[in-house]
Structure formats: C-alpha cells, structure tokens
Design a protein around this ligand. Structure first.
Ligand code: CA
Length: 516
C-alpha cells in the first residue's frame, strides 16, 4: 500500500517536473524564438474591400493567405482615424494626446520614446521602407527609405539618411523592390523588424498601368446607407466627404484631368503617360461626355469610378504582398517571420454616401488586421476581442521578448492569439481632432463596446449620439435620449469617463464636464 503511495507520489512528482520543464522550455523557447517581424501598413484600405473579411467587391488572395495561415482580427480598431496620428500611435503605443500627434501634416516629436529603439537595444535590426508621413525623419530605425510626405504613385521621391532620389516606376512595386533589396543586404546574424509603409490605397487612387480598367466589367452594388439622410446626426449632416459633393471629377476620377499642370500627372514619363491618357482621356472621359449624367445618375457613376480606381490600386497592393510572401518562402524565412498586414485605419466605400475616414462610425473605426506567426498562431484563428492600434507596439515588443515600458498605453494581444485566457477590455476609447479642413468632421470622443457606440461631438457643434449596434449595425438611428436607453447612456458615460482617466485625456474630460 505504502509502496503504491510512493509510486503514485513519484508519478505525480515526475508529471509535475515534466510539466515544469515543459513550461521552462516553452518560456525559453519563446524567448529564444525572437522572430523576424514584418509589419505591412497600408493607407486607407477598407476591410470592406478585402475578401478575407467577406468582401464581394474584390479578391485579395494574398492578404487572405496571411489570414488563413494565421489570425484574422474582426474588431481591430484605431484610436484616431487618420493617417499620421495612426502611424504615431504605432510608434509610441499611445493615444494622440500623449504622443502629441493629433492632426495630419505636423512634425512628429522624435525626442519621445519609440518602441523600435527598444528592439534595436535588444539586438534587432530595424527598417522602415515606404510611406512614413510624420514630418520629422525616422528615429529608431537602422535603415529608412521613405516617401516624401504623402508620396507619389508614379516616379516617387524617396528620402534616405543620405539623400533623396526619384525612382522611376509605380510606387507599390518600388516599395517591394526596396524591401527585397534591404532584406538581401541585411545582417543575417540578427532578427529584424521591418515596416513596409504602403501608399496604396490613398486618394487619388492612381492604379498601376497593368491594372487600368481591371474592374471595368463589374457593376458594384450601392451600400444600403448610400442615400443616408443623416437625420438626427448633426455631425454626419455637416461633413464634407461625400462622393456626390466632395469627390472631384478632374483630380479624383481623372475626368479630363489636367495632364500638363497637375502635379500628379506631370511626373509621368511619356511611356507611362500614354496608356494612362488612353484610358482616362480617350475612354473614361469620353464615356462621361457621352452619358451626360446628372443628379442621382452622376453620383452613381462617380461611385462606380471611385470603386474601380480604388480597387485597382488595391489589386497591386495585394499582388505585391504576395511577392513578399513568396520572397519569404524562397529564402527560408517563412517559419521564423511574423507577417502583419494592417491599414492605418478603415475607409468608406460609399457607406453613408462617403469616401474618407475620421468618424468613430464602424467603417473608419475598424481597420483590417491579419497576422501570421507560424508555430504560435493556429491557422484560421479568428479574434473578435476589441484591439486598438495602441496595442500594436506592445504586441510587437512581446513577440520580440522585450518588456514594454510602463507608460505605453496599449496591451500585448499575443495571449489572445496564443489561445491563453486573459482578462481583456470590453470597451475602447476614441478621440478625433482634425477640424475644419479637410473634410469638416467635428472633433469628437467616444466609447465603443461590443453592443453600443456612444459619441460626443464638440467644437462648433455640441451633440451626443448613441447607436445600438445589435439593432442598427449601420449606425443610422441615433437613439440618444430615447426611451429605454437612459440607463445605458448613464453607464456608458461613466465608462467613458473611466477610460479618459485611464488614458489621462484631461482635455477631453474637461469638455465632458463643462457641457451637457
Ligand atoms: Ca490613412
């Protein structure tokens, strides 16, 4: 009996020792892993245009491949839905009010800590290639070759540490070429962190010549909210970002574009200009002249042209992502390289009659985010927890085995994809600032939970909106002040204030306290 007990006890000890050593092995395995990390960050690419997210508009087989072989995030959100601020949040893991980059076209303060410097200190080599758009030159990167400001689709100027050069060709192909050059020349004794900053799919949507007309045989259905009346939503009513009134025929849709004076077109070489001119002038502009559309027909035509150009730039983007994935395969890097694909924020593909972003509403609050991490993320993983772009920096640090500084506001979501049970946020905080130009969207802050979105617009107009996403996923019915929602409003306002305190947004809290 006693012998059996000793035997049992021994078996128990053995099992536990094994579990303990496996734990250590897993731990040290993770530390020793130090994967390469490639973050492909595009610009204004809507999840509605990605087939992994169920889009019927276009096929994106290579982005889908990352999702299929890794994880698809269905509630990836951003703290402030515009270009520069999203990149500043990536670098700092902080909200705009903390990193100081609240609006576009400013100069990012590079004296503040950025997480790639920590990767450098921990033996990573770091590089940023492509769109940067933060005014100041990159800090925290061993190598950079960045687009000048917004950058150009054709023959772009690229700024390096030593010089600025114009490279002939189409921007997305050039960025892939520079990326492969850097990968070929890197120090293979060290892991790397590389940001591929894509210009696509930013306005004014100039496709690669091979993709001109790629979607011309398609008729795209209008989104259900295309003819939104904006009833009960003052800020939505007063924006300046509709396909109808704001989208410009000449520049955005290249109808009788000014080929001699416009800065976009006068960068072309004669060889590039010819097919472009043939397509937009001889075909599209002629079609426009022949149709003589007005009113609703004209808006519909603009919508079709917008989608065709936008999706054509996305086609090149996806193809180039495929080329990078192939490069990793061919060079034996796939198994030890994390690949992330995200956009800097979401975008409107005609929902509410809009293009552009900015609003806390679904299409611009959410951004595509897919991540492949062989051996760690089970293929086909879906993450529906609310993640925010403040989490991107600490997640990357976590993957590299580097401790995140205490003042980083985001949290690593690696446990979510590893299938570990962790306490996770049930609500996210949002704050948008840029007003009045370029799209006249009132500044606002708000809270988004699984079911509700409560937002407060301030500045020239002061108003609250509440949406019950379970009943109204398209966010057309503002139920703020309606019977049955009073208690929800009280609860959400309390949560909103808590989030403001958590993220130390004192300016927002003052506005919240000062007015009804
Ligand atoms: Ca953007």
């Amino acid at each position: 009996m006693r012998g059996l007990q000793i035997l049992r006890c021994g078996a128990w000890l053995f099992a536990n020792l094994m579990a303990f050593s496996i734990g250590i092995m897993a731990q040290s395995g993770r530390e020793a892993r130090r994967p390469n990390i490639i973050f492909i960050l595009s610009d204004d690419h809507a999840y509605q245009a990605i087939s992994a997210y169920g889009s019927k508009l276009a096929q994106t087989p290579n982005i889908d491949r990352i999702a299929r072989e890794g994880a698809l995030f269905t509630r990836a959100m951003v703290a402030n839905s515009i270009c520069g601020p999203s990149r500043a949040t990536l670098l700092t893991g902080k909200y705009s009010h903390k990193n100081g980059y609240t609006l576009n076209e400013r100069r990012f303060d590079t004296r503040q800590p950025v997480f790639p410097s920590l990767l450098q200190q921990n033996g990573y080599q770091t590089a940023w290639i492509g769109k940067w758009h933060l005014g100041a030159l990159p800090v925290g990167f061993d190598y950079f070759r960045i687009l000048n400001g917004q950058g150009q689709y054709y023959n772009p100027d690229l700024i390096g540490a030593k010089d600025t050069t114009r490279i002939e060709g189409y921007v997305t192909n050039i960025i892939t070429g520079l990326t492969e050059d850097w990968l070929n020349a890197r120090d293979t004794s060290k892991p790397f962190f590389l940001v591929v900053g894509e210009k696509a799919t930013h306005r004014e949507w100039l496709p690669d010549i091979q993709d001109l007309g790629a979607y011309d045989d398609r008729d795209f259905p209008l989104p259900a909210t295309f003819h939104d009346s904006y009833a009960g939503r003052l800020a939505a009513e007063n924006q300046d970002m509709t396909i109808d009134k704001t989208m410009v025929l000449k520049t955005d849709l290249k109808v009788h574009a000014d080929y001699e004076k416009n800065g976009i077109f006068n960068r072309f070489t004669p060889e590039q200009k010819k097919p472009f001119y043939d397509y937009y002038e001889n075909r599209i502009s002629r079609e426009f002249d022949t149709r003589k559309d007005t009113g609703a027909n004209l808006v519909r035509w603009k919508y079709e042209r917008y989608l065709k150009d936008y999706l054509a730039t996305a086609k090149s983007l996806d193809r180039n992502i495929g080329e990078l994935l192939d490069y990793l395969d061919k060079n034996g890097l796939t198994n030890n390289t994390v690949v992330i694909y995200a956009s800097d924020q979401g975008f409107y593909m005609g929902e509410h009659g809009w293009f552009d972003k900015r609003f806390i509403y679904e299409e611009s609050l959410r951004t595509p985010f897919v991540m492949r991490y062989p051996g760690v993320i089970k293929p086909g993983t879906k993450v529906s927890s609310i993640t925010v772009n403040i989490d991107w920096a600490p997640t990357i640090l976590d993957m590299a085995g580097v401790k995140a500084p205490a003042d980083i506001q985001g949290v690593s979501f690696l446990p979510l994809v590893e299938g570990r049970k962790v306490a996770w946020r049930k609500a996210m905080y949002y704050h948008y600032y840029e007003f009045p130009q370029p799209h006249h969207v009132y500044p606002h802050f708000g809270i988004r939970t699984g079911r509700y979105m409560l937002v407060r617009f301030y500045g020239p107009s002061d108003s609250w909106e509440l949406f019950d996403l379970q009943k109204d996923p398209e966010e057309v019915k503002n139920v703020y002040g309606e019977a049955g929602y009073q208690q929800t409003v009280v609860t959400l306002k309390t949560q909103l204030k808590q989030l403001m305190r958590q993220y130390d947004d004192t300016e927002a809290e003052k506005i919240l306290e000062a007015k009804p």
